[in-house]
Design a protein around this ligand. Structure first.
Ligand code: BV8
Length: 230
């Protein structure tokens, strides 16, 4: 009855057509991080930030889960132990593939947050600056996204799960952003078997015991099949 914790990043959604961040033509090549993914950027130019997330919300809605998302949902349904997916992604492809035990540690495009009262609700496809909060009515809706310098969500649950992990896999993440990039060290401290699944070794690749290199739509189903046949 093994406990499996899986961290995913933008690479798992790449073959669904969603851009990653740090590829040459990626999101951070098109926008300065400071301008669109920090609270300061939002304060400085809220329309630019709201437009950035409106575009990504629309792209995510048009995208489809791929074989990697589906394999993780199948693992959760078929594995006799626990399976937790912790995603850095803000798209909803894991949910749409059927994953249930899922934490969006960097928030979600489909959620809106009130900067005044912390109320959350389902975001409209197109948000506008000054949208009213559905609870307190203040004109303070913002994308429910964790920006740089903000605390990622559900960190207690994540560290609790890492402390009990028998297997830890990181899929499609470059290992550049903390605290997510530090999860492999936590899992190793708990004695977990660690594997990095990516096109190439990430910045923290050397901390993993194993690596499975190749496109996620091939490597993730293979990895899941191996786990279920163990
Ligand atoms: C925090 C928003 C603490 C959502 C994101 C100085 C000042 C302030 C903070 C810091 C600082 N120095 C360090 C920090 C911490 C900072 C950080 O880590 N900075 C880095 C850049 C040095 N972290 C934070 O600020 C975090 N918060 O630390 O809070 C705190 C403490 C107390 C009180 C308050 C706060 C918050 C981090 C979250 C930031 N938000 N995005 C959005 O817009 O989407 S980060 C952004 O990067 C996304 O969330 C993304 O998920 C994440 C990581 O990127 P990846 O997913 O890895 O994507 P990337 O493009 O990089 O890589 C893609 C990978 O896929 C590659 O490896 C590629 O090879 C692979 N791949 C591609 N195609 C495929 C594939 N693999 C398989 N198959 C394929 N087909």
């Amino acid at each position: 009855m093994s406990n499996i914790v899986i961290l995913t990043g933008a690479g798992i959604s790449a073959e669904s057509g969603l851009e990653t961040f740090r590829a040459e033509t990626g999101l951070w090549a098109q926008h300065r991080v400071e301008d669109v993914a920090t609270p300061e950027g939002f304060a400085q130019d809220p329309s630019l930030v709201v437009a950035f997330y409106n575009k990504r919300r629309e792209q995510a809605a048009k995208a489809k889960p791929n074989a990697a998302h589906e394999a993780l949902a199948h693992l959760e349904a078929a594995h006799t132990g626990t399976v937790l997916v912790v995603t850095q992604n803000v798209d909803d492809l894991h949910e749409r593939a059927g994953s249930r035990n899922l934490i969006h540690m960097h928030g979600a495009l489909n959620s809106a947050l009130c900067a005044a009262c912390d109320h959350r609700w389902d975001a409209p496809m197109v948000m506008a600056v000054g949208d009213a909060c559905l609870s307190c009515g203040a004109p303070s809706a913002r994308p429910d996204i964790v920006w740089f310098g903000e605390m990622p969500y559900q960190m207690d649950e994540i560290f609790e799960a890492l402390g009990q992990a028998d297997i830890f896999a990181a899929i499609g993440t470059s290992g550049n952003v903390y605290p997510a990039a530090g999860f492999v060290a936590e899992a190793r401290r708990a004695g977990a078997r660690t594997v990095e699944i990516n096109l190439e070794l990430s910045s923290v690749g050397s901390q993993f015991a194993d690596a499975l290199l190749g496109p996620a739509t091939r490597t993730v189903p293979d990895w899941v099949a191996g786990i279920l046949n163990d």
